[in-house]
Design a protein around this ligand. Sequence first.
Ligand code: FAD
Ligand code: SF4
Length: 510
Amino acid sequence: YKVLRLILGDQLNLQHSWFLEDSPSTLHVIMEVKSETDYVWHHIQKACAFFAAMENFAETLNSKGFETLYLHLDHENNKQNFSENIQDLIEKFDIEEFQYQLPDEYRLDQEMNALCTKLKISWRCFDSEHFYTSRNELTDFFSGKKEFVMESFYRAMRLKHRILIQNDDKPDGEKWNFDVENRKKLPKNHKPNFPLLFNNDVRKQHGRLLAGKIQTIGNIHPENLQWPINRSQSLELLSYFCKNCLPLFGTFQDAMHTDEWSLYHSRLSFSMNTKLISPKEVVDTALAYWKKDKSIGLNQVEGFIRQILGWREYMRGIYWMKMPEFEKLNYFNHQTKLPEWYWTGNTKMNCLKHSISQSLNFAYAHHIQRLMITGNFALLAGINPDDVDFWYLGIYIDAIQWVEITNTRGMSQYADGGIIGTKPYAATANYIHKMSNYCDDCGYNRQDKTGENSCPFNSLYWDFHDRHRAKLQHNPRLSMVYRIWDKMDAELKASVLQRANYYLENLDTL
Ligand code: FAD
Ligand code: SF4
């Protein structure tokens, strides 16, 4: 071979220009390495899904005539990290040029840069050809600006890509956002469609992880992993979503329910984050369904597209604008350890019990569970963002640092001091009750903020705002919060803070 091409585990993009024409003197390599399995405790379903998707991709490439070497975790020559394995292969096959695609993670980008400066042969780096935006497009878009508002970026993306835009450049439906029609609680007796699940046998991959003594979290039935692990399953999930979930996606986007773990969400994040399918394919397919199916409202399709064309591209852009400083940010100087029950779901707080247990069972929770239940609690309780990141980076099927850390440290923990969000996403039981049925059979009382059984979110909410007054009181979006707090009876305030203090000192027992 003359050329060695590295394909990372989240670069399973069959549409990439690498695969448009034959490349007879090229060897492709995909590797399972401990430097990837060990940087965090991954959910066992996530580790298996990655390995299975990677292995599947290698088989597909080989079947199409692209020579691909798949290095198993337990292979005797596996050096367990990319750089050493690549150097080994270059020597073994007398390679003349090394090629790779831009990694999405800062850590791997650094590793590739360091490797290439060491190489004695030539090397080339290619775009991953996955996103709507290039790596630094958002940095350029906001250059000279102090604030990086998602909405302005999203509107520019809509215009640039002519998505839901009329000939006169106005948005379809004359509005950019239909949130007032969306975000409803699930009505009693409303049963969402059953999620489409797959039956992938990942016993071999699971066995290698066990034999390699890789530390993982969560539960699995390795004989039937339910996540899509190849392109055709991902496309099947996409059509299923558009037919069965898109018609009510926006309406119930923020709803939570004890009997449901994914409601009308697409569960396409793993397929997209591994690049089995592209965001453009997802957006175009949703648009095509909306055009032909009158039962899909504009509010549903706009709400869905905003998540992908807006939030997903925005988070990636912010990541590349702000790394590596971003991973150290701790605006509130939060230092508390993550309570033990985040790893087990063993808490009396019903909302957290459900959100965490389903995360352990399915490697999945939807956005509002991540933001307003597990994230909200960690924020109010003052948990160290390093701990919070460690948990989120491992537990979800779609967790990759560029999209995990921006959502966790930024959006949910406000540890970036407001780069991503305009105020902290903090809420009391009022919000949780409004959007879910969790409070109905919880041992805590959602309406109480001082008693022994009072919902911890209530006192912790006020305690959080009181504790961080100096940093938050001048935020115009919080003036109402401080007005209410300041008007509260002094005795009541004291008992709220006392209750919060008790909870903070006994987090592990909640
Ligand atoms: P849907 O609700 O069906 O949305 C469709 C798609 O939109 C998603 O697949 C995703 O690609 C995109 N999307 C939606 N919201 C966001 C967002 N805020 N940022 C970026 N993309 C978004 N997403 C990840 O992919 N990986 C993560 O590690 C991750 N960690 C998160 C941590 C926290 C604390 C929070 C609040 C959110 C996190 N998200 C993460 C964003 C979002 O919650 C998930 O993308 C979504 O829940 C995935 O499920 P879905 O595919 O069913 O999404
Ligand atoms: Fe969660 Fe409080 Fe509601 Fe219980 S009462 S489910 S702890 S919000």
